[in-house]
Design a protein around this ligand. Structure first.
Ligand code: NAX
Ligand code: K
Length: 541
């Protein structure tokens, strides 16, 4: 299924998502003011269904619409939308897939001339017939379960979804694709991937999280006037610039830019403690990416306290970034941030110990330094975790959680949240999508790069970009979100649908940042030509 997009009328750089319980409470508060929310929801749903029928089937009148109807109000929404489509001339059949169905909805559909069928859950011929109706429909509306869902879809709906889950025609999900957990995005049992999800009142968090996003299709958020009844969102999703290879307004507004007479310290000086004899390339990639991200200067710190003259990695990083300095740990000059860990294969590498136990500067902690951060957390000697950005992929996260002695969780995002709570550091969890979690409780989902990005060295590039931002004074949570987005956009450019390798991604970073800054909306964020972000609070992303 396509990646998630959302309609332009949902403004802002970030799309907020809420927990189902918070939306249900806001629904109830709004209902108490006397608004017929279901009528508003069904009207909007019918409108989007009609538009999709026109796009895909050339019109509404005479087209076949099948409603999959569950026991609750979600089914009620679908039935009332079906009644509206019937009045516009569509042939509408409701399949009632539970032992009860929303009475007003059934009556409404019948009154409009729609057909209502209740397939018997144990009758093979009934289910077969229902599956045929679904397969032949121009449009299927999934109204089996909404935010009242608990676990995988059960009963006749389960059996039917299993038979039709791979059908090709248009599907509109009512509030959310049934079988998707509204809070976590977990998919249990068969799920009908939607072309469009019309969600009511507020986007549910699960629609924006990695596991859920790929079955949501285009997301339309219907305004039910819930704002004043909703608490803070559970998470945010970062928006691109209209296509995966265009940076979104989030970057334009927040990327630090130098003022006219800024020196290298104002731009940021980054120490890179990465690479060793086994993994020299990690150092090259991290340094190149940092340079492409606008850092003022890079100090490269070789392994083993070696002097520049004898370090074999130094000439490689110098060839990639001629302006950097190679300085052994004992002589390293002033830095404003660190990247530590990419391509570091020795667990007791003194560079790792220095950054994690002695330094005060913010640091990106990646790869070979992650387990050390976990071990030092356990021992109580990790220095100022609030300055740290941990960047594990899933496997590394599990190892970190293991060292920390955390309980095993099924969902990696939950594990990451536990690691944040235990360490006090920001965690950037790499995966198909990136999830950034901060100790203040903020969760941000950043849509990922192309699948080709799952390649050696991609993480080293990301670490370099994030390090450059930390060096410029951007707070760890914000740096993580910005870096992940720029990295993903750069990867889309490097790939153009085909294979890529990490150095190509690093090469694209500069152009992505330039485009983002060029597209910046005047009057928003920093003043034009203004100061870089210096130690912003980072509480908000
Ligand atoms: N509360 C409101 O005022 C509004 C609700 N709306 C709609 O109502 C929906 C929520 O309605 P409900 O609270 O009735 O909940 P649902 O329609 O999601 O369904 C809950 C029902 O399904 C059953 N059920 C739960 N999990 C199941 C499973 N895994 N397999 C089979 N059956 C299961 C439950 O027993 C319960 O009867 C929203 O998603 C939205 O579509 C909208 O009309 C907007 C306003
Ligand atoms: K649904």
């Amino acid at each position: 299924m396509s990646t998630l997009t959302w309609t332009p009328d949902a403004p802002g750089e970030l799309l907020p998502g809420w927990r189902a319980a918070d939306v249900a409470a806001a629904d109830a508060a709004r209902l108490a003011t006397g608004v017929d929310l279901m009528a508003v929801a069904a009207h909007a749903l019918a409108g989007r269904c009609a538009a999709l029928l026109r796009e895909r089937a050339g019109g509404v009148s005479g087209r076949a619409v099948v409603l999959l109807v569950g026991p609750g109000n979600n089914g009620g929404d679908a039935l009332l939308a079906g009644a509206s489509l019937r009045r516009r001339g569509a042939g509408v059949t409701a399949l009632l897939l539970a032992d009860r169905a929303h009475e007003g909805g059934v009556a409404g559909l019948r009154a409009a001339g729609g057909r209502v069928i209740r397939p018997h859950p144990d009758d093979e011929a009934d289910l077969h017939h229902a599956a045929d109706l679904v397969r032949d429909a121009d449009l299927v509306v999934d109204g089996v379960l909404g935010i009242g869902a608990r676990g995988a879809v059960r009963g006749a709906a389960h059996d039917l979804l299993e038979r039709v889950a791979l059908r090709g025609g248009a599907v509109v999900a009512c509030d959310l694709p049934s079988g998707l957990d509204p809070d976590t995005g977990a998919l249990s049992g068969p799920v009908l991937p939607a072309d469009v999800t019309v969600t009511f009142g507020a986007a549910k968090a699960g629609l924006l999280l990695p596991r859920g996003r790929h079955v949501v299709g285009e997301l339309v958020v219907v305004d039910l006037g819930l704002e004043e009844h909703l608490p803070d969102p559970a998470l945010h999703l970062v928006r691109d610039g209209g296509a995966p290879d265009l940076p979104g307004p989030h970057v334009a507004v927040r990327w630090p830019r130098p003022w006219r007479d800024a020196d290298k310290y104002a731009r940021g000086v980054l120490g890179v403690a990465a690479g060793d004899d086994r993994y020299p390339g990690a150092a090259v990639l991290a340094c190149s990416a940092a340079a492409a991200s606008g850092v003022g200067m890079v100090r490269y710190v070789p392994a083993d306290g070696r002097a520049a003259a004898v370090d074999p990695v130094g000439p490689l990083v110098l060839r990639a970034v001629p302006e950097l300095l190679v300085q052994p740990l004992a002589d390293v000059g002033r830095v404003q941030a660190w990247v530590v860990g990419p391509g570091v294969s020795e667990p007791d590498d003194p560079r790792v110990r220095h950054v994690l136990e002695e330094a005060d500067e913010p640091a990106v902690v990646d790869a070979g330094a992650l387990q050390a951060a976990a071990r030092l957390t356990r021992e109580g000697t990790l220095r100022r975790p609030d300055r740290l950005l941990l960047t594990p992929h899933r496997g590394e996260l599990e190892r970190v959680a293991g060292v920390l002695g955390l309980e095993r969780r099924e969902d990696a995002v939950d594990t990451a949240r536990d690691v944040v709570a235990r360490t006090g550091a920001v965690v950037l969890l790499k995966g198909a999508d990136t999830v950034v979690l901060t100790p203040e409780g903020r969760t941000t989902v950043v849509p990922g790069g192309p699948p080709w990005l799952a390649t050696a060295g991609a993480g080293d590039v990301l670490a370099g970009v994030a390090g450059a931002l930390l060096a410029a004074g951007t707070a760890p949570g914000r740096a993580a979100t910005l870096a992940a987005h720029v990295h993903a956009v750069a990867a889309h450019r490097a790939s153009r649908g085909g294979p890529l390798h990490a150095a190509l991604v690093a090469d694209e970073v500069r152009g992505v940042v330039a485009d983002a800054l060029g597209a910046r909306v005047p009057g928003e964020g920093l003043a034009s030509g203004g100061a870089p972000v210096l130690w912003d609070d980072g509480a908000r992303d």
